[in-house]
Write a protein that binds this ligand. Sequence first.
Ligand code: URA
Length: 237
Amino acid sequence: MERLQKVIAKSGLTSRRKAEELIKLGKVKVNGKTIQELGLKVSESDRIEVDNKILEKENKEYYLLNKPRGVITSTQDDKYRKTVIDLINTTARIYPVGRLDYDTTGALLLTNDGDFANIIMHPTSEIDKVYLAKLEGIIKGEEINKLKTGVKIDNIEVHASRVKLKKINKEANTCLVEITIHEGKNHQVKKMFEAVGFSVIKLTRKRIGIFEIKNLNSGNYRKLTPKEVQIIYSYKK
Ligand code: URA
C-alpha cells in the first residue's frame, strides 16, 4: 500500500507536490469516489482517476548511459541544449539519477523508478561513484590523505572513500587521479580537489556501484537487466 499522491507521482504524470494539490482540488478519484484528504493509501488493484482519466501505470525502465561531453543532465533545458534524455530512445518519462556536469563524461543511470533512484543517491547505501580526474599540477600524499579524512565544501564536510594516483605527466604538469565517493553533491569532485588546491581539467565517471561504462562508447547506452535492478534493491536500508 502506498500513499495516493506518491502513486500519482510515480506514474510520471506530475510531481508529488502537484499531485497533492490535485487531490485537494477534488480532481482525484479512487474506485469512483472523489478523495480530498491526503492520508489515503492505495494498492495496485485500486482504480485511480485524475481529471476523469484513468491513471496509466508506466512500466519501469532503467538505462546506463555513457554521457558525452556537452550534454545537459536534465529532462529539459530552457536554452534548448541537448539533454541526456534526447540520447535515449523511449517514450517513458525517465530522468537522470543525480547529475554530471555539462563537461563531465561517463556513467549515468536513468530511470522512471523513484525508489531505485533514491537507493543509488542515498549515501547510506554506500554505493561507489568512481571518477577519474585529470588535474592541473601533481598531487602529493598529504593532499590525498586530506581528501580521505575530510574536506569542507560549501560548509559541509565530505570525504573520499578511496583515492589513487594513477599517472603523472611531469612535462605537462598534470596527473590522473581515481577518486571514489558515496555522495553526489553538486560539483562535488571538482570542489573537493579545489579544497586541496587543484583544478580539474577533465572528469569522467567510470563506475556507479556495479555499473561500469567500460563496454559502452561515448553516447551509447544499454538497458539494465532485471538481475542488476534486483541487486540495487538489495542495498535498500
Ligand atoms: N563532481 C563534479 O564536480 N562534477 C560532476 O559532474 C560529478 C561529480
